[in-house]
Design a binder for this molecule. Structure first.
Ligand code: PLP
Length: 399
């Protein structure tokens, strides 16, 4: 099948929920991807923040191969070694106490919501607890995750969603306080809003929230699905602040491409939360996913990947600031670590820039209303940042 035939089949057979870029990716190496026509692309999206180690990492692939040959699945009715090792590494990296592995980010959010509700129920026996979520947030597409996603466009057709969710403004502590009442059991937010357009939480906001939560025994749920796993320059973005969540979620780069997510909690929460019979999954935390998580964390820690992220993200920051200075169409530049965005003025479409970038061999995706999102593999080097800069600079100059 050539690439045109591939795309025709896809449009006939696969439910049309995505407007895809017109290329068929075939293989990758380092920070580059190749399509079925042999064209090379510099990757600044890493499969939406998933492929943190880039492509063709022999050590990671070797671990998957070994585990696939040994045992892929057991069900959670039995213990398995790889997921126990993965849980230990994830606990050590996060400082959290208990982990539940899921198959996706949205499922991790579902679990986090259930864990918070069960905690509150154990405490007071009430069944009308409420959750505060943020406007402009994104937590996934399943019904529970959608219920806390602050984007009307994604939600409207699927109403009624989960009852008892109130929305507040991100980075506005007063707005959160206005939504709080005696029924509030949890506050959920992304440490750095991703899909909404790359907005990091301000320190005084997040630290204020954490204090408020502590005061009132409300659980702070931090969604680290996109900003976690080293991308911020720390293993988890909240580690850049003086806070510790009660519950957190991870996914995306957690398995570097093997579908796996997790929600984690402190022992204090775990003691009053999900117990046998309350939650489960057939696949979640199987040995194959466990091997992927374990090897990913092992490589990231051994190679001090977060140090590299802190260095290289400073370089990316400077180069994108140059872009902002040079081009009047750029209205803002924000982000944290290797999760950065530049916002374009309304007369220039980020989608159009992204399409032009693809034609020139650069994969660059969008976020929010008109934001170009930079989410490269964490192993990116200066030369790749420079290459990206040249392409983007050309495109913006020609507009
Ligand atoms: C991608 C994402 C999710 C959903 O993850 P899926 O694996 O697509 O279900 C949730 N929260 C955030 C912050 C995300 O970026």
């Amino acid at each position: 099948m050539n690439s045109i035939e591939c795309m025709e089949h896809a449009e006939q057979d696969i439910l049309h929920t995505y407007n895809r870029y017109p290329i068929v990716l075939e293989h990758g190496t380092g920070v580059c991807l190749f399509d079925t026509d042999g064209k090379q692309y510099l990757d600044f999206a890493s499969g939406i923040g998933v492929c943190a180690l880039g492509y063709g990492n022999e050590e990671y692939f070797g671990a998957l191969k070994d585990q696939a040959a040994r045992l892929i699945h057991t069900s959670n009715l039995f213990y398995n070694g790889p997921v126990i090792e993965a849980a230990g590494r994830l606990k050590a990296a996060s400082g959290m106490d208990r982990v539940f592995f899921t198959n996706s980010g949205a499922e991790a959010i579902e679990g986090a919501i259930k864990a918070a509700k069960k905690y509150a129920y154990t405490r007071d026996g009430h069944t009308d607890h409420e959750i505060i979520a943020m406007r402009n947030s994104f937590h996934g597409r399943t019904l529970g995750a959608l219920s806390v996603t602050g984007n009307e466009h994604y939600r409207e057709a699927f109403a009624p969603l989960l009852a008892g969710v109130r929305f507040a403004d991100f980075n506005n502590l007063e707005s959160v306080k206005e939504q709080m009442n005696e029924k509030t059991c949890a506050i959920i937010l992304e440490t750095v809003q991703g899909e909404g357009g790359i907005y990091p939480a301000r320190a005084e906001f997040l630290e204020g929230l954490a204090e408020l939560c502590k005061e009132k025994d409300i659980l702070l749920i931090l969604d680290e699905i996109q900003c976690g796993m080293g991308r911020s320059g720390k293993m988890f973005a909240w580690q850049n602040y003086k806070v510790r969540p009660d519950i957190m979620t991870a996914a995306k780069a957690l398995g570097c491409g093997v579908p796996v997510g997790a929600f984690l909690m402190t022992e204090r929460v775990a003691k009053k939360s999900l117990a046998p019979g309350d939650h489960g999954t057939t696949y979640g935390g199987n040995p194959f996913a466990g091997a992927a998580v374990s090897k990913t964390l092992e490589i990231m820690e051994r190679d001090h990947l977060t140090d590299h992220v802190r260095n290289i993200s400073g370089y990316l920051w400077d180069r994108l600031d140059e872009i902002k200075e040079k081009h009047a169409c750029v209205s803002d530049h924000r982000g944290m670590g290797l999760m950065q965005g530049i916002e374009l003025k309304a007369d220039v479409s980020a989608g159009e820039v992204s399409k032009k970038a693809l034609e020139r061999g650069l994969i660059l995706i969008t976020a929010g209303s008109n934001v170009l999102r930079f989410l490269p593999p964490l192993i990116i080097g200066q030369e790749h940042v420079d290459e990206m800069y040249d392409i983007l600079n050309d495109i913006l100059s020609e507009l």
